[in-house]
Design a protein around this ligand. Structure first.
Ligand code: NI
Ligand code: MN
Length: 227
């Protein structure tokens, strides 16, 4: 049982779970820090946290090319079906998508969610992802919220948290979030993609290691982490 996680930059990840391919928020084309090309990404499942362009990214093209199942909230699923992607699983917070190699439970996120064309994109989400013997929390775009304590009760091996500030929590609140989530490891996302979300990840990591029980893992775009 093995999970490897490749950070594509921003909030985009490519997971390999026991040989199965999962993409989360695959924003690659138009992502100034991404090294991957959208047309080389493989997926059986694409998880989407919300409808903003920096998260939906290349999902339509990848879903059509690979036939991947798009797992997202109800309103987003309707938009995908209206845009020629029929292989969709729709959920909402509290619900869980399951197949024979992974599951993903929708969590709340405090943010907004509309498609680049203005269509309402439902409520934004995070996910607790289980597979390959590991439990990973992808927070999506969110502020700090105290119910992260409940998410911590899932027994997280890894938390993927935004630290960019401006559109999500920044570094100070991410430290509080880590204390609520108590993951074994934590890795930062949604920073240094654009000027409004520039952050010093080294300074963040030093604070994580000094102030929390988690171990900080800072990846470069295209960097990999094995659980
Ligand atoms: Ni967003
Ligand atoms: Mn975003």
């Amino acid at each position: 049982m093995a999970v490897s996680i490749r950070w594509l930059g921003h909030s985009a990840y490519a997971f390999d779970i026991d040989g199965h391919k999962l993409l989360i928020d695959p924003f690659v084309s138009g992502n100034p820090v991404a090294k991957a090309a959208a047309n080389e990404l493989e997926a059986e499942v694409i998880l989407l946290t919300h409808a903003h362009g920096d998260h939906v990214g290349d999902s339509v093209e990848i879903a059509k090319r690979t036939g991947a199942l798009v797992v997202c909230n109800f309103e987003m699923g309707d938009w995908f079906m209206a845009h020629g992607v029929q292989n969709v699983f729709q959920g909402n917070p509290g619900g869980t998508f399951r197949n024979d190699w992974m599951s993903a439970k929708w969590t709340v996120a405090h943010h907004s969610s509309s498609f680049p064309d203005g269509t309402y994109g439902g409520q934004p989400n995070g996910f607790v992802i289980r597979g390959g013997g590991s439990v990973v929390y992808h927070a999506g775009d969110t502020s700090l919220f105290s119910d992260m304590k409940l998410i911590g009760e899932e027994g997280l091996g890894l938390a993927l948290l935004p630290i960019g500030d401006c559109f999500t929590m920044g570094i100070d609140d991410s430290i509080k979030a880590i204390k609520f989530l108590t993951p074994k490891r934590v890795s930062p996302m949604h920073y240094n993609t654009f000027p409004p979300i520039e952050q010093d990840a080294g300074a963040w990591a030093a604070r994580v290691d000094a102030e929390t029980s988690a171990r900080a893992v800072v990846l470069e775009p295209d960097g990999e982490l094995t659980l």
